[in-house]
Design a protein around this ligand. Sequence first.
Ligand code: AMP
Ligand code: ZN
Length: 677
Amino acid sequence: MEQLSFQDAQQMAEALRVELNQYAVEYYVNDQPSVEDYVYDKKYQKLVELETEFPDLITSDSPTQRVGGKVLEGFEKVVHDTPLYSLNDVFNKEELFAFDERVKKAVGKAVSYCCELKIDGLSISLKYQEGLFVQGATRGDGSVGENITENLKTVKSIPLRLSEPLSIEVRGECYMPKSSFVKLNEQREENGKEVFANPRNAAAGSLRQLDSKITAHRNLSTFLYTLADFGPLEATTQDQTLDELSRLGFRTNQEWKLCNTIDEVWEYIESFHEKRSQLPYEIDGIVVKVNDFSLQDQLGFTVKAPRWAAAYKFPPEEAETVIEDIEWTVGRTGVITPTAIMTPVRVAGTTVSRASLHNNDYIEKKDIRLKDSVLIYKAGDIIPEVAQVILEKRPNDSEPYQAPTHCPICGSELVHLDEEVALRCINPKCPAQIKEGLNHFVSRNAMNIDGLGPRVLAQMYDKHLVGDVADLYALEKEQLLTLEKIKDKSAENILQAIAASRDNSVERLIFGLGIRHVGSKAAKILAEHFGSLEGLSQATKDEIVALNTMGETIADSVVTYFENEEVHELMRELAERGVNLIYKGLRTNQLDEVESPFKEKTVVLTGKLRQYTREDAKEKIENLGGKVTGSVSKKTDIVVAGEDAGSKLTKAQGLGIEIWDETQMIQAIEDSNAEGS
Ligand code: AMP
Ligand code: ZN
C-alpha cells in the first residue's frame, strides 16, 4: 500500500465504513442487496488493510468488528431497568375471543390489534447510546439477563450505529433461519457432534458461546419489535413502533397486520396455520397486541405479563408411529449415523417414514427401542425428529437397543474419537467412505462433474475402475461401457464432463477433496490466498488462522490433512493426469487492475451459447468485474444473445440496450484475459 497520512486513512476508513454498513443494511435488514459480493469483499478488505496499518482507526461500529474473536471467561449479569415481559397464552378461538372480551370490558370500547408472528428464537435487549450499539443482553428471568454484547455484534442484521444518534433500548427476537439450522445440524452430524433439537435451541446455543467467533459463523438474524422506554420516539401505537424501528435501521418482521376486529385477528391466525411451514424461520404462534399505547397503559400488567397482549400458540404438529428398524449408514468422514425406519405417517403436510437418530447417545438418552411407539415432529418445520417414546405402548418383551460395534460395510471395529458422540469407522479403505468421498468430489460445488450419480460411482468402485478421485481422470470409454445402463453416448458425455473438470479453478478441488471442516466458502478463501494446492499444502497453522474468518479448527484440519504422505501421492497423480491445481479466479485485491469491457457493467445472457455454458460465461464475466443478472431492465448495459434468443432480446432492443452475439462476448473475454495476465 502506498504511504498514507493518518488523516487520509481516517477519511478513507470512515467512507468505507459508511458504505459497507449501508450494504449490510441492504443485505441483512432489507433483504435487498444492491451490489455483488465481490464489491463488498473488496471494500471490506481495503478497510481491514487500513485498520491493520492504523489500529487507532478501529471504531466500535466498524464492520470488521463483526467477526468476533474476544473469548470470555463467562457472561456478566445485566440488570434490566425495565423488565422484559412474558406473554399470556391462548390456545384456541374461544380463549382468544375471551381475551378480546376482557379488553373491551376494561377499556369500555372496541379496539384495534396489531398482530405479529411469534418468532421462535430468544428475546434480546439492545442498548444504544447516542446511536452506538453499546450493550446486548439476553432476557434471563426478565429482570436479570446475561451480557452477550460480543456475540450480538457478530449478528449482521443488528445495526452497530443507528441512522439517528438516539439513546434507546430496543427489544426483539434473535433467531436462526431454518436453512441455517438444517445446514448446521448436517455439519455437526458429520463432525460427530450433538445436533440441536430445533432452531431455537440452536440460536440459544450460538448466543451462549464464550468465543464470539463461533457465533459469527452461525448465521443468526433478528426481528425487533419494541422498546424498553418510548421516550425518544414519537410512536403512540405498536404499528408506528414497527415503522420507526425499521427507519432506524432495525430488521422488523413484515408480516404484521393491523386488525380492527377479533374476527379479523382470527382470520389472520388461521392463514398462518398453513403458511407457517413455508416461512424461512420458525414461529410458534401469533402475538396479538392492543395497538394503541394509551389503551395499553389503561390495561396495564399482571405480575408477569401485559393485559393488553395475548400469544396464540399453534397446536403442536406431532404424529404417532412405530419404529420398525434402525438403519446405520457410513458417511464420507466415517461417521456412522442411525436412521429410524418408521411406519409411514403424515405430519405437518408430508408423509414421513424415516428420521435421523443422529448417534447412539441420542438413542440411549431417549431410550428408543425397536417396535416402540413414538411421537414425531418436524424440527425447523422440515426435518422429522423423534420427540419421545410412548412408554405405555412399549411391548413387554422390549429390550434396550444395542448399537453396532462394527462397520456395517467393511466390518472394522467402530470407535469414538476424542469427545465425539458419533461412532466412526476409521478404516481409510472403507468402501462406504470412499464412495461417499467420490460423490462429494463430483458434486456441484466441488468438481461439478455431471452424469456421475451415486449408482454409477458405486459400480465403478465395486468393479475396481476407480479407487480414489485421481482415478476418475484415467478412465477409458471401454471401461465405462462395462457399467450397467451406460451406453456409447452417455459414456462419452461422462468422459467429456470429467475432462472439462480438469480446468476448474483449484478451490473446487480443495473443497472436493473433503478436508474436514473445509466448506466451499473456506476453500475459496484458502485458494485465493495461497494460490494453489501446492501453496496450501505448505501453509502453516498460523498463516491460516491469520486469514480473516478462519478458525483454529479449519487450520488444524488443513495442516493435518497435508501431513499425510498419501495426500501428496494423490496430488502428484492429479497433476500427472492434467488436473489444474492453481487458483484461476480473480484475487479480490486485483480487481482494481482489471481492464475489461465488463467492468462495472450489468450483463444479461440469453439464448443458447455454443462455446460456454451459461454458468461458465457468468463466472468469467464476473471475474472481469461485470455483474450478470437474469432479467433485462433499464439498468442492463449489455445483452449477450445466443441462438434462439427470445423475449429478453426483444425487450433489450426496445430499450435500446447494447446487444452482443456470442463471438463478441468471447472476443471480449479473451482480450481482457490477455491484458490481465
Ligand atoms: P412466552 O415465552 O411464551 O411467555 O412468550 C413471550 C416471548 O415471546 C417474548 O419474551 C418474546 O421472546 C417472544 N416473542 C416472539 N415474537 C414476539 C413478538 N412479535 N412480540 C412479542 N414477543 C415475541
Ligand atoms: Zn467401514
